[in-house]
Write a protein that binds this ligand. Structure first.
Ligand code: ADP
Ligand code: MG
Length: 334
């Protein structure tokens, strides 16, 4: 490497950029061969299964450069992938990062993006083991593949919910969606709500704790709103469910910024995406254990409904009457 700092991607080139990315990585001991060969070589824990998930973040579909600074975008791109491993009760370990980069993107942007990515990688003990780099004619695309592990008996799928199970959710819902609506309206956004949107925290430790204690019968991370995401659990489990709208956990900030709207805008909590909380189901005999387990991990867990033997997800108000939500959660093709 020369002392002179290359300030553009063109000067650095594809391989210069890969070296620059590699320089930031401190491989975990499970990584036998990391970035640089044709394929990475990793050591699996005997007896565990490999969990793999991939996600794409497209400019102007999933993020806007005007709203997402590169550092938090780098954080979020890995955090949302880690959330998928968490939702299976898995332990995240390895990531692949593929970038399609507009040639005029400032090198500083990539540097900041990688700083954010690496910060989350360090926080969750994930090693970047490879990826792909190419140029894009249509905005920045970030694709992250995440791999993790878990013992077969501890993996929590979407398909395990049973009638009469409780429906639970961690943390609070609606913060990210409300922040997004404020950004879209051009109104001032509260910092704490904005950070829920831009800098989500995957619920790895509490998910692992539930998995290890055998407490969750089914689990999913909430990326499209709890109504839609619980709907995936219901479909995969061949059951239905009733969600009690008044029980949906809302943050103090959400309550305060929406206080002058007249009614509480539950639709953000019900159908707003990107909270990255966990929605899970559990036997009703495990209520105390779940609350204690979540508390130990520093996260709240709230019961928000009941699994039913008949299909369909119904949302009810306090007096038991069904309420009709204005929309169904985020869907890319509608
Ligand atoms: P190949 O031509 O065999 O696909 P590449 O030249 O694309 O190899 O990549 C060289 C090495 O750099 C590989 O180990 C690959 O996994 C890694 N790599 C490429 N792009 C990235 C990236 N954006 N982040 C991390 N590793 C990368
Ligand atoms: Mg390649």
């Amino acid at each position: 490497m020369t002392q002179k700092k290359s300030s553009t991607l063109a000067a650095l080139g594809e391989f210069g950029l890969i070296s620059r990315i590699t320089a930031r990585v401190t491989p975990h001991e499970s990584v036998i061969t990391g970035i640089g060969d044709d394929a990475a070589v990793t050591a699996l824990t005997p007896g565990m299964r490999l969990l793999t998930s991939t996600d794409m973040l497209l400019e102007d579909v999933h993020f806007r450069r005007a709203w997402h600074d590169p550092f938090t975008l780098g954080r979020k791109s890995l955090a949302v992938s880690i959330s998928d491993i968490a939702a299976m009760g898995g332990i995240p370990h390895w990531a692949l990062l593929s970038l399609a980069i507009p040639p005029d993107l400032p090198l500083d942007f990539i540097d900041d993006l990688m700083r954010g990515f690496q910060e989350v990688a360090t926080e969750y003990n994930v090693t970047l083991i490879g990826g792909d780099t190419c140029s894009s004619r249509n905005g920045l695309t970030i694709s992250v593949t995440i791999m993790g592990e878990q013992y077969p008996d501890l993996i929590v799928r979407r398909s395990g919910a049973q009638p009469d199970d409780d429906i639970w959710v961690t943390g609070t819902l609606g913060d990210a969606a409300f922040a997004l609506s404020q950004l879209e309206n051009g109104t001032a956004v509260s910092e704490s709500l904005l950070s829920r949107l831009l800098n989500p925290a995957p619920r790895v430790s509490v998910a692992l704790a539930f998995a290890e204690a055998g407490l969750a019968t089914a689990m999913i991370d909430v990326s499209d709103g709890i109504r839609a995401d619980f709907g995936h659990i219901a479909d995969m489990s061949g059951v239905g469910g009733t969600l009690r709208v008044d029980d949906l956990p809302l943050s103090g900030m959400f309550r305060s910024v929406t206080a002058d709207l007249g009614a509480i805008p539950f639709e953000y909590a019900l159908t707003g995406g990107e909270d990255y909380e966990l929605c899970f189901t559990a036997r009703n005999s495990n209520r105390e254990k779940i609350v204690a387990c979540a508390k130990k991990c520093g996260v709240a867990a709230t019961r928000v409904g009941i699994v039913t033997s008949f299909s369909g997800v119904t949302v009810i108000t306090r007096d038991g009457t069904p309420c009709t939500a204005p929309f169904n959660g985020f869907n890319h093709f509608t």
